[in-house]
Design a protein around this ligand. Structure first.
Ligand code: ZN
Length: 250
């Protein structure tokens, strides 16, 4: 990956910045023990710089069991709700319809350059994966649950507003089911991963393309306060989408 935590400070560094400060390239051998290790932005395990045939990048030293590698390699597919709660699901759907402008604004704050078409795709994905039917879901968790359902390529999104590729990953202290996103908010967190766009247009970016990882804080303040204004084009598209779906009718 192309990003790591500074050896001593709580900030991200790229390879050139690290080498500038700490000199010699470490190859991972004991030879370079004197160079302070930077740390993985995910698991905080020590990392070193590998050059080889590719652009110099950060690699874990031996023995890491990095949750981030696992999270980035396996695309996230939520399990169907085990014990669906149809009454709560109905209330959640109505709340989403009533407050969709707030949800849209919240998702736009999470995903740079989110387009109205992508917002509708997220609504479709939420229906397909039945996320409303899980037990114990609060409305303020919906954007966190929805945002992991898609990839955000640099080629999509609002024109000219997205330079990178984004993917959201669930970090879990236990074995990692996304249900923790809304059940036990203390043992899991959500991160936004930023990637260099892949050179091959048909592939998705992988761990080596990672250039950033940021925590997405959990809060519910955005659900109160004045309702955000949305553009007429968005308004029409989204209202039509809801109107065509009986499950969202009161
Ligand atoms: Zn790691």
């Amino acid at each position: 990956m192309h990003v790591a935590l500074h050896p001593y400070e709580d900030r991200h560094v790229d390879v050139p910045t690290y080498l500038l400060e700490f000199g010699t390239e470490t190859t991972g051998g004991e030879k370079y023990e004197e160079a302070p290790r930077c740390r993985c932005v995910g698991c905080r395990w020590p990392m070193f710089v590998r050059s080889g045939s590719r652009t110099p990048h950060f690699v874990h030293t031996n023995g890491s069991h990095c949750w981030l590698i696992k999270a980035l390699e396996q695309p996230f597919v939520p399990l169907p709700p085990g014990q669906p709660d149809p009454t709560a699901a109905h209330q959640l759907r109505l709340a989403l319809r009533r407050n969709w402008r707030r949800h849209y604004a919240k998702l736009r704050a999470m995903v740079p350059g989110l387009s109205r078409e992508e917002f509708v795709e997220l609504l479709e994905a939420a229906v397909r994966h039945r996320i409303f039917e899980y037990r114990g879901v609060h409305e303020h968790s919906l954007p966190r649950m929805m945002v992991v359902l898609m990839e955000y390529p640099h080629t999509a999104g609002l024109r000219g507003q997205r330079k990178h590729w984004y993917r959201f990953v669930v970090r879990s202290e236990s074995d990692g089911t996304a249900e923790e996103l809304w059940i036990d908010r203390n043992s899991s967190r959500l991160d936004r991963a930023t990637f260099r766009p892949p050179t091959n247009a048909r592939t998705k970016p992988k761990l080596p393309d990672l250039i950033g990882l940021e925590d997405v804080p959990d809060d519910d303040r955005w659900l109160s306060g004045s309702e955000p204004q949305v553009h007429k084009f968005v308004e029409v598209l989204v209202e039509e989408w809801f109107a065509a779906r009986r499950a969202f009718a009161g």
